[in-house]
Design a protein around this ligand. Structure first.
Ligand SMILES: C[S@@+](CC[C@H](N)C(=O)[O-])C[C@H]1O[C@@H](n2cnc3c(N)ncnc32)[C@H](O)[C@@H]1O
Length: 206
Protein backbone atom coordinates (compact mmCIF):
# COMPACT_ATOMS: atom_id res chain seq x y z
CA UNK A 1 0.00 0.00 0.00
CA UNK A 2 1.15 3.52 -0.64
CA UNK A 3 -0.01 7.00 -1.55
CA UNK A 4 -1.09 5.77 -5.01
CA UNK A 5 -3.60 3.44 -3.37
CA UNK A 6 -4.96 6.06 -1.00
CA UNK A 7 -5.29 8.87 -3.50
CA UNK A 8 -7.36 8.20 -6.60
CA UNK A 9 -5.63 10.48 -9.06
CA UNK A 10 -8.45 10.22 -11.61
CA UNK A 11 -10.76 11.86 -9.08
CA UNK A 12 -8.32 14.72 -8.70
CA UNK A 13 -7.23 15.42 -12.26
CA UNK A 14 -8.27 19.02 -12.20
CA UNK A 15 -6.66 19.58 -8.84
CA UNK A 16 -3.46 17.91 -9.95
CA UNK A 17 -3.27 19.95 -13.16
CA UNK A 18 -4.12 23.26 -11.53
CA UNK A 19 -4.11 22.78 -7.76
CA UNK A 20 -1.56 21.85 -5.12
CA UNK A 21 0.65 19.80 -7.42
CA UNK A 22 0.87 22.78 -9.73
CA UNK A 23 1.73 25.41 -7.12
CA UNK A 24 4.61 27.45 -8.62
CA UNK A 25 5.93 28.50 -5.18
CA UNK A 26 6.49 24.83 -4.31
CA UNK A 27 8.51 24.26 -7.47
CA UNK A 28 10.43 27.51 -6.87
CA UNK A 29 11.56 25.99 -3.57
CA UNK A 30 12.36 22.63 -5.15
CA UNK A 31 14.32 23.96 -8.10
CA UNK A 32 16.46 26.29 -5.95
CA UNK A 33 18.77 23.68 -4.38
CA UNK A 34 18.96 21.84 -7.71
CA UNK A 35 20.11 24.93 -9.58
CA UNK A 36 22.54 25.82 -6.80
CA UNK A 37 24.11 22.38 -7.11
CA UNK A 38 24.19 22.51 -10.91
CA UNK A 39 26.13 25.80 -10.72
CA UNK A 40 28.91 24.34 -8.60
CA UNK A 41 29.04 20.58 -9.23
CA UNK A 42 29.67 18.51 -12.33
CA UNK A 43 26.30 16.86 -12.94
CA UNK A 44 25.35 15.32 -16.27
CA UNK A 45 21.99 13.75 -15.48
CA UNK A 46 19.30 13.53 -12.83
CA UNK A 47 16.45 11.29 -11.75
CA UNK A 48 13.36 12.61 -10.02
CA UNK A 49 11.58 9.97 -7.93
CA UNK A 50 7.86 10.70 -7.58
CA UNK A 51 7.74 13.24 -10.42
CA UNK A 52 3.91 13.38 -10.34
CA UNK A 53 2.55 15.60 -13.13
CA UNK A 54 5.94 16.94 -14.25
CA UNK A 55 5.88 20.48 -12.92
CA UNK A 56 9.36 20.36 -11.45
CA UNK A 57 10.59 18.61 -14.61
CA UNK A 58 9.48 21.61 -16.65
CA UNK A 59 11.84 23.81 -14.61
CA UNK A 60 14.92 21.67 -15.33
CA UNK A 61 17.25 22.72 -18.13
CA UNK A 62 20.67 21.82 -19.40
CA UNK A 63 20.96 18.27 -18.05
CA UNK A 64 19.44 14.95 -18.94
CA UNK A 65 16.31 14.36 -16.85
CA UNK A 66 14.39 11.16 -16.06
CA UNK A 67 11.14 11.23 -14.09
CA UNK A 68 9.88 8.14 -12.27
CA UNK A 69 6.46 7.64 -10.74
CA UNK A 70 4.20 4.72 -9.97
CA UNK A 71 1.11 6.44 -11.24
CA UNK A 72 0.44 6.17 -15.01
CA UNK A 73 -2.04 9.07 -15.06
CA UNK A 74 0.56 11.40 -13.58
CA UNK A 75 3.13 10.09 -16.06
CA UNK A 76 0.83 10.91 -18.99
CA UNK A 77 0.47 14.46 -17.67
CA UNK A 78 4.26 14.70 -17.27
CA UNK A 79 4.85 13.58 -20.86
CA UNK A 80 2.32 16.07 -22.20
CA UNK A 81 3.93 18.86 -20.23
CA UNK A 82 7.51 17.84 -21.11
CA UNK A 83 7.57 16.20 -24.54
CA UNK A 84 11.37 16.15 -24.74
CA UNK A 85 11.95 14.58 -21.31
CA UNK A 86 11.79 10.92 -20.31
CA UNK A 87 9.28 9.47 -17.86
CA UNK A 88 8.91 5.88 -16.72
CA UNK A 89 6.52 3.98 -14.50
CA UNK A 90 8.39 2.66 -11.50
CA UNK A 91 7.70 1.71 -7.91
CA UNK A 92 10.02 3.32 -5.40
CA UNK A 93 10.42 -0.12 -3.81
CA UNK A 94 12.10 -1.46 -6.95
CA UNK A 95 14.64 1.26 -7.67
CA UNK A 96 18.02 -0.19 -6.66
CA UNK A 97 20.11 -1.59 -9.46
CA UNK A 98 17.72 -0.29 -12.14
CA UNK A 99 18.20 3.47 -12.15
CA UNK A 100 21.27 5.60 -11.79
CA UNK A 101 22.22 9.24 -12.38
CA UNK A 102 24.67 11.78 -10.99
CA UNK A 103 21.85 13.42 -9.03
CA UNK A 104 18.68 11.93 -7.55
CA UNK A 105 15.92 14.17 -6.16
CA UNK A 106 12.79 13.23 -4.25
CA UNK A 107 10.33 15.84 -3.00
CA UNK A 108 7.17 15.26 -0.96
CA UNK A 109 7.24 11.49 -1.45
CA UNK A 110 9.14 9.86 1.42
CA UNK A 111 6.73 11.32 3.95
CA UNK A 112 3.90 9.14 2.67
CA UNK A 113 5.43 5.76 3.61
CA UNK A 114 4.90 4.08 6.94
CA UNK A 115 7.85 4.27 9.32
CA UNK A 116 8.07 0.46 9.15
CA UNK A 117 9.38 0.69 5.60
CA UNK A 118 10.63 4.26 5.58
CA UNK A 119 14.32 3.40 6.04
CA UNK A 120 14.41 1.01 3.11
CA UNK A 121 12.54 3.46 0.87
CA UNK A 122 15.01 6.22 1.82
CA UNK A 123 17.91 3.87 1.00
CA UNK A 124 16.29 2.98 -2.34
CA UNK A 125 16.17 6.64 -3.35
CA UNK A 126 19.79 7.31 -2.38
CA UNK A 127 20.85 4.16 -4.25
CA UNK A 128 19.94 5.89 -7.55
CA UNK A 129 22.43 8.71 -6.96
CA UNK A 130 26.02 8.44 -8.15
CA UNK A 131 27.15 11.78 -6.69
CA UNK A 132 24.39 13.87 -5.11
CA UNK A 133 20.94 13.43 -3.60
CA UNK A 134 18.32 16.00 -2.63
CA UNK A 135 15.45 14.77 -0.48
CA UNK A 136 12.63 16.56 1.30
CA UNK A 137 11.38 15.22 4.63
CA UNK A 138 9.01 16.74 7.21
CA UNK A 139 10.64 17.99 10.41
CA UNK A 140 9.00 16.70 13.64
CA UNK A 141 9.96 19.93 15.45
CA UNK A 142 7.67 21.78 13.03
CA UNK A 143 4.87 19.20 13.11
CA UNK A 144 1.32 20.52 12.82
CA UNK A 145 -2.07 18.90 13.05
CA UNK A 146 -4.61 19.18 10.24
CA UNK A 147 -5.92 22.45 11.72
CA UNK A 148 -2.46 23.97 11.56
CA UNK A 149 -1.84 23.85 15.32
CA UNK A 150 1.80 23.39 16.24
CA UNK A 151 2.35 19.99 17.86
CA UNK A 152 6.11 19.76 17.39
CA UNK A 153 8.03 16.91 19.00
CA UNK A 154 11.71 16.00 19.23
CA UNK A 155 11.24 12.45 17.98
CA UNK A 156 10.36 10.60 14.81
CA UNK A 157 6.62 10.19 14.57
CA UNK A 158 3.97 8.98 12.15
CA UNK A 159 0.55 10.59 11.74
CA UNK A 160 -2.31 9.64 9.50
CA UNK A 161 -3.54 12.61 7.47
CA UNK A 162 -6.32 12.35 4.92
CA UNK A 163 -6.19 8.51 5.12
CA UNK A 164 -2.52 8.14 4.28
CA UNK A 165 0.60 8.16 6.45
CA UNK A 166 2.55 11.30 7.11
CA UNK A 167 5.93 10.72 8.72
CA UNK A 168 8.09 13.27 10.48
CA UNK A 169 11.66 12.01 10.82
CA UNK A 170 14.26 13.49 13.18
CA UNK A 171 17.07 15.30 11.41
CA UNK A 172 19.74 13.41 13.39
CA UNK A 173 18.23 10.07 12.39
CA UNK A 174 18.25 10.98 8.70
CA UNK A 175 21.84 12.19 8.78
CA UNK A 176 22.95 9.03 10.62
CA UNK A 177 21.13 6.74 8.20
CA UNK A 178 22.61 8.57 5.23
CA UNK A 179 26.05 8.33 6.83
CA UNK A 180 25.59 4.60 7.23
CA UNK A 181 24.75 4.43 3.50
CA UNK A 182 27.96 6.36 2.66
CA UNK A 183 26.43 9.78 2.12
CA UNK A 184 27.33 13.00 3.89
CA UNK A 185 25.14 16.03 4.43
CA UNK A 186 26.52 19.08 2.61
CA UNK A 187 23.58 21.46 3.00
CA UNK A 188 20.25 21.66 4.80
CA UNK A 189 17.46 24.05 3.87
CA UNK A 190 14.26 24.86 5.68
CA UNK A 191 11.45 25.23 3.15
CA UNK A 192 9.30 27.15 5.62
CA UNK A 193 6.60 24.57 4.86
CA UNK A 194 7.34 22.23 7.81
CA UNK A 195 9.84 20.29 5.72
CA UNK A 196 13.62 20.22 5.53
CA UNK A 197 15.51 19.71 2.30
CA UNK A 198 18.64 17.59 2.74
CA UNK A 199 21.44 17.84 0.21
CA UNK A 200 23.79 14.87 0.37
CA UNK A 201 27.05 14.06 -1.38
CA UNK A 202 28.15 10.48 -1.88
CA UNK A 203 31.42 9.83 -0.06
CA UNK A 204 33.16 8.12 -2.95
CA UNK A 205 31.24 10.10 -5.61
CA UNK A 206 33.61 11.65 -8.17
C1 LIG B 1 2.67 14.11 -2.77
S1 LIG B 1 3.09 13.68 -4.42
C2 LIG B 1 4.55 14.65 -4.68
C3 LIG B 1 4.76 14.97 -6.09
C4 LIG B 1 5.91 15.91 -6.46
N1 LIG B 1 7.20 15.30 -6.16
C5 LIG B 1 5.77 17.24 -5.79
O1 LIG B 1 6.59 17.59 -4.92
O2 LIG B 1 4.86 18.00 -6.13
C6 LIG B 1 3.72 12.02 -4.20
C7 LIG B 1 4.13 11.37 -5.51
O3 LIG B 1 4.74 10.09 -5.23
C8 LIG B 1 4.23 9.12 -6.13
N2 LIG B 1 4.33 7.80 -5.50
C9 LIG B 1 3.62 7.35 -4.44
N3 LIG B 1 3.94 6.08 -4.16
C10 LIG B 1 4.90 5.73 -5.04
C11 LIG B 1 5.63 4.54 -5.24
N4 LIG B 1 5.44 3.46 -4.50
N5 LIG B 1 6.55 4.51 -6.23
C12 LIG B 1 6.75 5.61 -7.04
N6 LIG B 1 6.07 6.77 -6.89
C13 LIG B 1 5.15 6.83 -5.90
C14 LIG B 1 2.79 9.57 -6.36
O4 LIG B 1 2.23 9.01 -7.52
C15 LIG B 1 2.94 11.08 -6.43
O5 LIG B 1 3.27 11.50 -7.73
Amino acid sequence: MDYCDWVNVKDHLETDEQGWLATPEVHDLQVKPINKLLETAKIRDMIEVGCASGHLASRIDGIEYIGLDKNPTFLDMSRRRNPTKKFYQEDIRNLPGKWSADLVVCFAVLKHFHLTEWRSIFANVLACGQKYAIVEIPDPLQRQDLDGNHIGVDRTVEDVCYDFPHVWVRKEEIIELAHHLDWELIDLQDTGRKELVYIFKKRNGK
